[in-house]
Every structure is written in structure tokens, then in C-alpha cells.
Write a protein of this length. Structure first.
Lengths: 388, 380
């Protein structure tokens, strides 16, 4: 095997600048397509667990029946006190959630919002806007509103006075969280005492709430201790009407529910895999054209004694160069589109290093598959084609 | 034109043509899938309402869509029962119920309808028979939707399980489908609804169903009914309430945006694919095009040739795309156990065909520039 002295793949590609640009645009669009569908899928999953990830706690305690955040089952607050007595458990916080009707002060239209309530002394949800307003939250009939709520909620700023669950409420501050399926319109944060004021005495058609039943219990562990050990110990000692998970396991369980038990997972994995196939076709087209154009040259190389393997290498190199060069603009355009989508819809479009690398690998794989198909043309080249 | 230059140009290299067709076909499939999912969404929004035996609907103005319907006083229904043309009024109770899968013991929210067994609220044959009504009237029983997701466990008649801490027996089945907002549905008598959702009173209803006599114009009746009622309820015709729910799903949730974007991106990718083909084709036939020009053919002829090629590609790619999309719809239907009702409609077929032709046309126009600029001297 001769070592190639001239970068044939590179020269082949750059021989015609305009065609190279078109080819890169093609790869770039395939990359874009994958990024977009993947991005939507991730946005839907990410938004489901963003609240859970922000909650302060090493472990989470929930009712055994609460298989996902949509199940409105609570457990007795005593279980939290029991857990607090265990060695390694430093603190246990109660977190209450429910849905309350919010009146948009401008349009007077009513929208259901998710209510998040806890004792303001407990660092349950350590977001800057919430920490800054811990004292004002204690005032009766007050709440904080999420600035990322949907526009249907109305103005999101301190000082707004409107109605929540048909009672007056004053906004004393804002914080930034975002929406998900369970809180389609937005989130309201309030103190546990105010939670009682609004939701303890509802009409017969609504479930009244007390502070004795908790939606989510948060456990903070001694940093020295192994969380898995404590969780295992708690689970074996505390009555099994509650389930205890490390936070990571709880987040994973929630994601699992959305991935496997809803149609969303299926819809987007189908679209993502199809965009991969479209990418293969696009790149194949580009490489095939390139190979077909240089048929005579490839035939000459063969006539000179170069092996099929060498030609395969050249085409695969071209595929790889196209993949990497096309990925970069695709990546940057996706970043812009992610931002635009996030602004237009409030979806949580996040680009992480892992996801970028994932798509890069998919792109390279896509190009290599296309290259492997396109190269069959070269390998079938008859040295006699040199006269073609 | 005696020779079909466009067709011959394309047929000249078979492999390239096949790849081109595959490219267009995939862009077509992607568009069909995105539109299919969007269509399924708006169809499921309509699904419940088309299965009710009602011409007019009363709903609280606070409801976003049917599953978030807020209760309003049952008196509203009685207030309009005497309006001319109103034949029957029926209350409907709805709520989410935690249904335990008897095999895995996992609970999952299921959408529950409560009806008076004597009211023909649903156009479902199983509920209309005397035996069905008698079965529904027993305490602590439900009819179970065959189109519910498999996670709810066995659906057979006689299955006993637990729902909201109460023992429940399945005594019948029907086919309705829950759409996007519900993974499954059950129907029960109003008395059982009262038992399960205690203390929810039957005097508060979620949806009011109004049947009109045959020769009544629904729009006229709607206006008559609306003028009688206070602002705590809204009155809709069937088409009106379907449009209301559809608007919520498509515009208020981000779903419309996501799939709309999906169609747009697929369209752009399609343009790029077709452009690649046409551009390559033109580059490799540049000499011939120059010859044609030198022979006196005008640019317009060359443009029309390229556009014809684009059109041929569009149609040849559209046909396999359509066939594969129909297959994928079937697969989707099977994979989601019928809960995502994607189906091909004539309008969608027409719409995607138009988009495909536009897509290829745009690519044709972009790539044709090169031909127009062809210098007859390039023949050498």
C-alpha cells in the first residue's frame, strides 16, 4: 500500500469551489434537519424535568402511586419527619403543588397555572428571584410569577394585583423557570401558609388541600454519606406507601415515563431517524456526482496500478471532510434556530456539548455510509474507462 | 418540440436519476410525516365531539379544551331545554381518574366520562343497547375504551381493579380513543361518577350536550340559546367547539409551531437536493446547452427544459414518497396502538404535491441561471 503523497481527496473536493459550496450546503442542511428534530425532542423532555433538577435535595420522596409528575397523589408529612431522624439525613423539606386558576389582569381571561408552595425559610427552590423575595413571600395573599410564563398569563412583574383561585393575589416579585406539560401556562411560587389560604377551602368540585399531605418531599443528605446507601436504608425502614429515589434516579424515571409511555417519543425518534436517511441520500448524491465526474481520472489511477482499497480511502476521506466541514455551519445555524424557536414558543431548546458531539458522530457516520455506497462506482471502474 | 430533451437528459444517467428520485421522495415523506402528526392532533381534537349525540355544546369559558372543562351549574342546561328546536339536553361529567393496572399495580390517569345511562350521550352502539344500559347502571362499574394505551392493563369484561381507592369492574367495551390529552377513556354512570369523585356534586356539570330536532338550523338555535344564558357558559355548534379545541392544541401549545417548522425544514432540504441534481446535470451538459444556444435556441427554451426536468423529478419523487408515507402512517398507527390516528387525506396529498412542485420549481429557477449565462463559445 503506497502512502498517498498528494492529498487527493482534498484536491478533488476543492477543484470546483462552487460545487464544493453546494455540497457543503447539502451536508449542512442534513445536519440542520437532525438538529431541529432532535432539538424539539430534547426540548420536550428537558422541560419536563427542569423543575425537578432545580429542586434542592439529594433524594426525593413521593407517594408510591405517583409514577410521574402528572399523578396528583400526596403522602403524609409524617414520613418526612421519620426520614429526618435517620443518620445522614440533614434536612427534609415539604413541597406542595397544585393547579390554580389565574386571571389575566388585562384580558380578564382565566388560565390554569401550576402552584409551587413551600416554607420560605427552607431553601427548596434556590432560584435568585425566589431567594431575594423570601421575606415578602411571607406576607398574606402574595406570590411570585415566572417571567417565562406564556403570554396568556398577562404582565409578569411585581406589583400586579389580580385573582388566583377566585381570591385576590399580589405579585411581589418574579423568577425565571419555564413551562412544561404539567404547567402548560406557567408557574406561581408562594409560601405554604398562602397555599393554605388559597387551596384549603375550595368548593365541593375541587380537592381541598392541607399541609399534612405533601406532593414531593426533598431530603438533603450529609455530603460525606453515600446517597444510594441512605436511600436504600430509608426505603427499607419507612412504610412502603412512599417511594424514595436519589434525585438523578427520580429525574431518570420521569424521563423514562415520557420516552416510553407517550407518543411524543415515537414521533420524534421517527422524524430524527428519517432526517438521518435524508442526510445519507444528500451526501451520496454529492459524492456520486464527484466520483462520476472524475471517472476518467479514477480509471487512470486504476490503470496505473492503484488498488480499489486506495480509491475507497480517497472517497471516504472526501466523505469525512464533507461531513466535518458541513457540520460546522449546520451547527451554528442550528444555534440561531434554537434561539429563535425558544423565543417564539418558550420551548427549552438546549444545545449541550454531548448533543453536539452526538450529531457530529451521526453526521460522520452518515457521510461514511454514503461514501461506502458511492465508492462502488469507483471500484467497478474499468481501467479502459480512461478513454471514456 | 419534437424530442423531449428534459426527459432524455434525466434518463441519460439512470443511477443519478434514481438517487434524485429518492432524495425528492424522502423530502416528500418528511413533509407527509410532519403534516400527518399535525393532522392527527387536530383530528383527535375533533374526535370526542363527533362521537357525542349532540348539535350544540355548553362549556365553561374557562375551559382550554375538553379535558380542562371547568364545572358549571346544571341549571344552565335546564334553562335552555324549552327553547324552540331543542329536543333533548344531557349533562356530561368529566374528570381524570387514577386507574390501576391490575397486573403491574401501577396507576395512570385515565379520562372518565359520567353520563346518565338513559341519555344517548354517545353515538356508541355498545351503550345504546338495553343490556348495555343495564350493565352501566350497576354500582362501581365502567365501560372501557378498547383504544386506550396498553399500559392500563387488561381490558376484558370482568376485569376487576382499583381506581381512586375504589374497587371497579369493567362490564363493557367501546371504541373512542383519547387523543393527545388522554391516554385512555372510560365511561360510567353519573351515579358511579358521584361515588368516585366524591364530593363532586352532580349539580355541577362539565359539558352540556343539546340535541336539536331534525329541521332546526344549529346556528339559529345556537344564537337563541346563547341569548338566554349568562356569561358563565359559552354555547358552540359542533364545528365551533371543534375549532375552539383545535385552535388551543395547535396555537396555544407549541405543537403547531414544531410541526410547521418540520415541514419548512423538509421543504428547504428538498430544494437543496433537487438543486444538487439539476446543477450537476447542467454542469455536465454545459457543452450541449452551449451548442443549443449556438444553434439559435433561445434562453427561454433552455429554461423550460430545466423546469421540465424539475417537474419530472417532482412527480417521480412524489409517487414513491406518497406510497412510503402511507406505509409509515400504518406503522405509526400500529406502534402507538391506534392512539395517534394519522391517516392520509386527499387535501394533504394535494397540498404536499403542490409543495413538492414548488420546491422543485424553485431549485430549477436557481440552477437555471447557469444555463442562461452559457456562452455559445463554450461549445469549444
Amino acid at each position: 500500500m503506497r502512502s498517498p503523497r498528494t492529498p487527493l481527496a482534498w484536491l478533488n473536493l476543492t477543484y470546483e469551489r462552487r460545487r464544493l459550496l453546494t455540497a457543503l450546503a447539502g451536508v449542512c442542511f442534513a445536519v440542520l434537519l437532525m438538529f431541529m428534530f432532535r432539538g424539539f425532542e430534547n426540548a420536550l423532555y428537558d422541560s419536563q424535568v427542569q423543575l425537578l433538577k432545580l429542586l434542592n435535595g439529594d433524594a426525593v420522596m413521593v407517594n408510591r402511586l405517583k409514577s410521574n409528575m402528572f399523578v396528583p397523589e400526596q403522602f403524609a408529612r409524617n414520613r418526612l419527619y421519620q426520614a429526618q431522624a435517620f443518620e445522614g439525613v440533614e434536612a427534609a423539606y415539604a413541597f406542595y403543588t397544585t393547579t390554580g386558576n389565574w386571571k389575566n389582569p388585562e384580558t380578564k381571561r382565566v388560565r390554569p397555572l401550576r402552584i409551587l408552595a413551600f416554607n420560605p425559610s427552607d431553601p427548596v427552590l434556590p432560584l435568585p428571584g425566589i431567594l431575594a423575595n423570601r421575606e415578602t413571600l411571607r406576607l398574606p395573599w402574595t406570590a411570585l410569577v415566572d417571567v417565562k410564563s406564556r403570554p396568556e398569563v398577562g404582565p409578569t412583574r411585581a406589583g400586579v394585583v389580580t385573582e388566583l383561585a377566585e381570591q385576590q393575589v399580589e405579585l411581589v416579585g418574579t423568577y425565571s423557570l419555564g413551562t412544561d406539560f404539567a404547567s402548560a401556562n406557567g408557574n406561581i411560587v408562594m409560601s405554604d401558609q398562602n397555599f393554605l389560604r388559597y387551596f384549603a377551602n375550595l368548593g365541593p368540585e375541587e380537592d381541598s388541600r392541607t399541609l399534612n399531605t405533601v406532593d414531593i418531599g426533598l431530603l438533603v443528605f450529609d455530603p460525606e454519606a453515600d446517597p444510594d446507601d441512605i436511600v436504600a436504608q430509608l426505603q427499607s425502614q419507612i412504610p412502603n406507601d412512599v417511594q424514595i429515589f436519589t434525585k438523578a434516579a427520580f429525574v431518570e424515571r420521569e424521563l423514562d415515563y415520557w420516552r416510553n409511555n407517550t407518543n411524543i417519543g415515537f414521533v420524534f425518534s421517527l422524524l430524527t431517524s428519517m432526517s438521518f436517511v435524508v442526510g445519507i441520500i444528500l451526501v451520496y448524491q454529492i459524492l456520486y456526482t464527484n466520483v462520476a465526474d472524475h471517472q476518467a481520472e479514477y480509471a487512470t489511477l486504476k490503470a496505473m496500478g492503484y488498488s480499489n482499497q486506495y480509491l475507497l480511502k480517497v472517497v471516504l476521506q472526501q466523505a469525512l471532510i464533507l461531513g466535518v466541514l458541513g457540520f460546522l455551519p449546520g451547527y451554528f445555524i442550528s444555534l440561531v434556530l434554537y434561539r429563535m424557536t425558544a423565543d417564539a414558543t418558550g420551548l427549552l431548546m438546549q444545545m449541550t456539548l454531548g448533543r453536539g458531539v452526538n450529531i457530529l458522530l451521526a453526521t460522520v457516520l452518515m457521510c461514511l455510509i454514503s461514501g461506502a455506497i458511492a465508492v462502488r462506482e469507483v471500484q467497478a471502474t474499468d481501467p479502459a474507462d480512461v478513454f471514456g | 418540440m419534437r424530442t423531449s430533451l428534459a426527459l432524455l437528459n434525466l434518463l441519460h444517467e439512470r443511477t443519478r436519476l434514481l438517487v434524485a428520485i429518492a432524495g425528492v421522495a424522502f423530502a416528500v415523506i418528511l413533509m407527509f410525516m410532519n403534516l400527518g402528526f399535525l393532522g392527527a392532533l387536530s383530528q383527535t381534537a375533533a374526535q370526542f365531539y363527533t362521537r357525542f349525540n349532540a348539535d350544540l355544546f355548553l362549556i365553561s369559558p374557562q375551559a382550554l379544551e375538553i379535558t380542562s372543562a371547568k364545572a358549571f351549574p346544571r341549571e344552565r342546561l335546564y334553562q335552555v331545554a324549552g327553547v324552540e328546536g331543542v329536543q333533548r339536553v344531557m349533562p356530561l361529567y368529566i374528570n381524570y381518574l387514577q386507574w390501576r393496572n391490575p397486573e403491574t399495580s401501577e396507576s395512570r390517569a385515565i379520562f372518565a366520562f359520567g353520563i346518565n345511562p338513559d341519555d344517548p350521550a354517545f353515538a356508541l352502539p355498545e351503550l345504546e343497547s338495553a343490556a348495555g344500559k343495564a350493565a352501566l347502571r350497576q354500582p362501581n362499574v365502567v365501560f372501557f375504551d378498547r383504544l386506550s394505551r396498553p399500559e392500563y392493563g387488561p381490558q376484558d369484561i370482568g376485569t376487576v381493579t382499583e381506581a381512586d381507592r375504589r374497587k371497579i369492574t369493567i362490564v363493557g367495551q367501546y371504541e373512542l380513543g383519547g387523543g393527545f390529552s388522554a391516554d385512555g377513556t372510560v365511561i360510567m354512570s353519573d351515579q358511579n361518577f358521584r361515588r368516585l369523585f366524591d364530593p363532586f356534586p352532580l349539580s355541577q356539570i362539565s359539558l352540556g350536550l343539546i340535541q336539536l330536532s331534525d329541521n332546526t338550523n344549529p346556528e339559529v338555535a345556537r344564537n337563541a340559546v346563547a341569548s338566554l344564558l349568562p356569561a358563565d357558559v359559552e354555547v358552540f355548534t359542533q364545528a365551533g367547539i371543534i375549532a375552539r379545541d383545535r385552535d388551543y392544541w395547535i396555537n396555544t401549545t407549541s405543537t403547531g409551531f414544531i410541526f410547521g417548522m418540520g415541514v419548512a425544514v423538509s421543504l428547504v432540504v428538498g430544494v437543496v437536493i433537487v438543486y444538487q441534481i439539476l446543477y450537476t446535470d447542467i454542469s455536465s451538459h454545459l457543452k450541449q446547452y452551449a451548442t443549443l444556444k449556438a444553434m439559435g435556441y433561445r434562453s427561454r427554451f433552455l429554461v423550460s427544459t430545466v423546469l421540465q426536468e424539475a417537474l419530472i423529478l417532482a412527480i417521480l419523487g412524489y409517487i414513491p414518497g406518497l406510497i412510503v408515507a402511507v406505509l409509515l402512517y400504518q406503522i405509526t398507527l400500529a406502534a402507538t396502538s391506534g392512539t395517534l390516528p394519522v391517516s392520509m387525506t386527499l387535501t394533504r396529498m394535494g397540498f404536499v404535491l403542490i409543495l413538492t412542485v414548488l420546491m422543485c420549481g424553485v431549485s430549477g429557477l436557481v440552477s437555471v441561471n447557469k444555463v442562461i449565462q452559457t456562452d455559445p463559445a463554450e461549445v469549444f
